[in-house]
Design a protein around this ligand. Structure first.
Ligand code: MLT
Length: 270
């Protein structure tokens, strides 16, 4: 099932492993390849499914309408339907975390566990909203390469490897400008989901790079406090893209979340 028709669009879906489903939701303006280390590492205990969200990666292009977190959550639910998974471990990075929180809000019974990586629960401030609009104008005026270099240094910690830098730049450069603009609108308009976290009673993990300047460790600590059953892992030296920068540490945090989840009665159903 590398491609599937889902909610009036065509998604590319990366898969590895067998077992209960774990769903990986990528960040902006990235794609499912950001998870390759996690898919390889967890494939012995989970059927890992990582869609390219609508408009991203190898999924079908979109026009410039806002790509809302609710739409991504609906698409993720439809992907779970396709593989007949009632529940999944939901893992999201940054924008993928916003979508994961929308999913937990809209489909609470389908969340077996929740991992929120380098993300935040709150909505954009007015300043952040203005920044989104400015970035959209810049992409339209100057093209993707104008933001690729800026994003590479803004997203990664100072010690990120050359290959991490190359991976990030190639994902940003490969993201269509319509998708970038639509995603900026969707993130700008997203809801504050801080209260949603208080209702997530399944095991949860919050992971953040120590050097994450986009969604800093204080935001992660606030999410871990709000979640009734969450661990907090701060990854030394990592920036905003810890699954790429520090894959082993993220893998370990995810495995320990899954181990904790397995200890929960009926958690592996579906
Ligand atoms: C991301 O990594 O998904 C974005 O940086 C999130 C954001 O801009 O809020």
């Amino acid at each position: 099932m590398p491609y599937a028709e889902v909610n009036d669009t065509r998604l590319h879906i990366r898969q590895a492993g067998t077992g209960p489903v774990a769903l990986f939701i990528h960040g902006f303006p990235l794609d499912s390849t950001m998870w390759i280390e996690q898919l390889a590492y967890l494939s012995d205990i989970r059927r890992c499914i990582a869609p390219d969200l609508r408009g991203f990666g190898r999924s079908a292009p979109v026009t410039g309408a806002p790509l809302t977190m609710e739409q991504h959550a609906e698409d993720c639910a439809a992907v779970l339907d396709l593989v007949s998974a009632e529940k999944a471990d939901i893992i999201g990075l940054s924008m993928g975390g916003y979508a994961a929180m929308a999913f937990a809000d809209m489909f609470p019974d389908r969340v077996r566990s929740l991992a929120l990586i380098d993300t935040r629960a709150g909505a954009d401030s007015d300043e952040a909203k203005a920044g989104r609009d400015a970035m959209a104008v810049r992409v339209i005026d100057e093209g993707r390469s104008a933001i690729a270099v800026a994003m590479e240094s803004g997203l990664l910690g100072p010690d990120a490897s050359i290959s991490a830098r190359a991976r990030v730049r190639s994902m940003v450069e490969g993201c269509l400008y319509e998708t970038i603009v639509g995603a900026l609108g969707g993130m700008r308009d997203r809801a504050d989901r801080s209260e949603v976290l208080r209702r997530v009673t399944v095991p949860a993990a919050v992971v953040v790079g120590e050097m994450d300047e986009v969604t800093p460790p204080e935001e992660a600590a606030a999410m871990a406090d709000a979640l009734p059953d969450a661990s907090l892992t701060v990854i030394p030296g990592s920036g905003h893209l810890s699954p790429i920068e520090s894959p082993a540490a993220v893998n370990e945090a995810l495995r320990s979340l899954i181990d904790r989840t397995e200890a929960t009665p009926d958690a592996v159903q579906g």
